[in-house]
Design a protein around this ligand. Sequence first.
Ligand SMILES: *Cc1c(COP(=O)(O)O)cnc(C)c1O
Length: 218
Amino acid sequence: MDYESLKHILDEKGVKLVAVSKTQPPERILELYEKGHRLFGENRVQELVPKYEALPKDIEWHLIGHLQTNKVKYIAPFVALIHSVDRFKLLREIDKQAAKVGRTIDCLLQFHIAREETKFGFHEAEAIAMLEREEFGALQHVRICGVMGMATFTDDRAQVRREFRSLRQIFERLKADYFADQPHFRELSMGMSGDWDIAVEEGSTMVRIGSLLFGPRS
Ligand SMILES: *Cc1c(COP(=O)(O)O)cnc(C)c1O
């Protein structure tokens, strides 16, 4: 699907497009940049940092993949949103590194909604336990802006829909119980190339799309 058509559909619904540029060379990113796109997602720190350094500074970079604690320091100065917070230890490290560079870093809590065990993320009860910890309340340099999840990689669209719906429900419950007075808790990051349309129907506010925009990854 071409960029303009996809962007048009998403704009009409008020859904943000994170162009997932992992494995793509800077030239491919610049092609979209020249069409006016500024929001890109990468899943590896080792790839994100050199791209940040090489490319225009008004790009908004999102980290969407699993993040090791010892790598947070490399992205803390510039990352706009971390989608993949899946444990308290990581959040504490993001808070520490953000403080060092005088920033507050926006984060999403990643939930495990798929059948595959390979995928990362909190279960709801674990996230709630974290939100109720005193140490969580003490963090001052992170801002939780919503949730993220990946559906099972399957042709069973009804299954995918159920999983997105379960993430939406988690989002709504957390919002009501822990973030009711925090308007920035509003992002529901779900939907990729194969399932973005279902995700949008189920209330996604942010889709992460790679191969549909850039073609298959090598
Ligand atoms: C690679 C990736 C995507 C995009 O995948 P496509 O199927 O190419 O759209 C989205 N989210 C995460 C976390 C990814 O790692």
